[in-house]
Design a protein around this ligand. Structure first.
Ligand SMILES: Nc1ncnc2c1ncn2[C@@H]1O[C@H](COP(=O)(O)OP(=O)(O)OP(=O)(O)O)[C@@H](O)[C@H]1O
Ligand SMILES: [Mg+2]
Length: 252
């Protein structure tokens, strides 16, 4: 599918993310309870070459979403660095977008689909006029397998799979090079999951996107990934090419 020797798009070096989960001030000072730190992510290192898919699997609470949030800049790492390089291999800014698990919660129910997808285009001034923004919205809807006319409808008028397509169109509207997909199909019916995975694969091929893909669904991971890392308690305990992990797994 991809060239594993391409220049890295994302380099993660000894990244950690700790949360202060101490008891309240009263409990600490009066009841003498100690301060507590939760090490959600504790020393991850990996490289994702441009145009490839790197997947993270691991049990609930092992730190996958915390990593995803650091990659898109929602959390700052406590330690370590995340560095992006663009297509020329220069260090710098790479546009990242995130696709969330729940397409029901992540779309504003009061907005028409057209307005939802136009939002990043307007915010980043990617098109010079309203007419061109609308044309771009229609094009994005068709790219994800919906119709241009769907822009006048509201999110609740769509099925779960269609809503995830709308989330993907909104993410693409920002013209990202890098997509973080955090459990993108786990809220969907099994029959719909494969369609969304195939859409993500097609988009990767057409647009040269790089993916960080997080999932509990091992069949999905096998279908889309070039490399797979197994996380356990905030660390990577195994990392290999997809076929290797599935043929000779070191961890259950
Ligand atoms: N903002 C936060 N404040 C405190 N603790 C947090 C915060 N975010 C995550 N955690 C904790 O960090 C740990 C890792 O959480 P995270 O959401 O990254 O796990 P996950 O691997 O995505 O799990 P799941 O598979 O259930 O989505 C958990 O113990 C969680 O409770
Ligand atoms: Mg999670």
């Amino acid at each position: 599918m991809t060239n594993a020797h391409a220049k890295p798009t994302l380099r993660v070096d000894d990244v950690a993310c700790f949360f202060d989960v101490s008891p309240s001030w009263f409990d600490r000072t009066v009841m003498r309870k100690p301060q507590r730190t939760l090490k959600a992510v504790d020393g991850l290192s990996f490289v994702i070459p441009r145009g490839t898919t790197f997947s993270i699997v691991g049990e609930s609470g092992c730190g996958k979403s915390t990593l995803a949030r650091m990659v898109v800049g929602l959390y700052q790492p406590t330690r370590g660095t995340l560095s992006f390089a663009d297509g020329s291999g220069r260090d710098g800014f790479v546009r990242t977008q995130m696709i969330f698990q729940d397409p029901f919660a992540s779309l504003n129910p009061r907005w028409r689909v057209g307005a939802i997808i136009a939002e990043p285009i307007k915010q980043m001034a990617l098109r010079p006029s309203g007419v061109e923004t609308q044309a771009r919205v229609r094009q994005l809807l068709e790219t994800v397998g919906l119709s241009g006319q769907d822009s006048n409808r509201y999110p609740h008028e769509f099925s779960g799979g269609q809503r995830q397509r709308i989330s993907i169109a909104r993410a693409l509207a920002a013209e990202p090079e890098f997509l973080v997909c955090d459990e993108p199909t786990s809220a969907l019916d099994v029959s719909v999951q494969a369609q969304i995975l195939n859409l993500l694969k097609d988009l990767q091929r057409e647009l040269g996107l790089t993916y960080l893909f997080i999932s509990h669904n091992l069949a999905a991971v096998r279908h889309v990934s070039d490399r797979v890392a197994v996380m356990y308690l905030g660390r990577i305990v195994e990392e290999a090419a997809t076929d290797e992990v599935f043929e000779r797994p070191q961890h259950p």
